[in-house]
Design a protein around this ligand. Sequence first.
Ligand SMILES: [Mg+2]
Length: 287
Amino acid sequence: MPMISKDCEFFIAIDSDGCVFDTMEIKHKECFCPAAIKHFGLQPVSKYAREAWEFVNLYSRHRGTNRFPALVSVVDLLRVRPEVIARHAAVPQLSALRQWIARETKLGNPALQKAAATESTLHAVYEWSTEVNARIDDLVYGVPPFPRVRKCLERAAKRADLIVSSGTPLRALHREWAEHSLASYVKRIAGQEDGTKTQHLEAAANGKYPPTRILMVGDAPGDLRAARSVNACFYPIVPGREETSWQHFHDEALGRFFAGQYTGAYQESLIQALEDALPTQPPWAAA
Ligand SMILES: [Mg+2]
């Protein structure tokens, strides 16, 4: 992760998918999930596979999780669901994938490709993951930023050094931020190849700005954990209420951050709203 020059008194890291761009729905519903149904033989239970996929990746505390642990969570939910059991559907265990996740630190296609050479389950996972990337390349373009994002970046960039901190591959990030002319507001785009979001924050901001002057903006619990790992402030873009979240950031939260009035009860109530929006139990299990 290359360093950035410190030109401002404040630092803000911004997540991309589901935070700046409304790309989570199209990626998961049209790319990840259909490819999983195809590669893991989930056709007989496609309705339940879709519900599980969307719960894990869009509407729960798992939102924003790396695709491989997310796939494991989905099959675990499916295998205990009564409707799936009643259909005698063969939902894969993915034991080899679990072992790979436990031993590998870089959960991406390059590492998986090597491991897949000698293991058939991993080969299927690699084929799925590769098809997901191809589907995203083919389908996901022309998705604009959420309303008011541009105004927020414009205002934020006047007083803060801005970076993008994302788990998405760099190629897609550069394409998306350039496509919508947002790249000029940020000093650096950090993606999957630059390590985790915690590593981005450590490299770019830790020790250079006081923690109360470092802010992470994100839409998932993993973004919050990254902020906490460096004692930074966190502003949530709440899933399902993205427009209101950006409006509130523009009208109030950004100003409070710059005024040193952000931490404490104010920040905690915002974080609570994110946690309330992302349940731990799927709706079909809670009934
Ligand atoms: Mg996100």
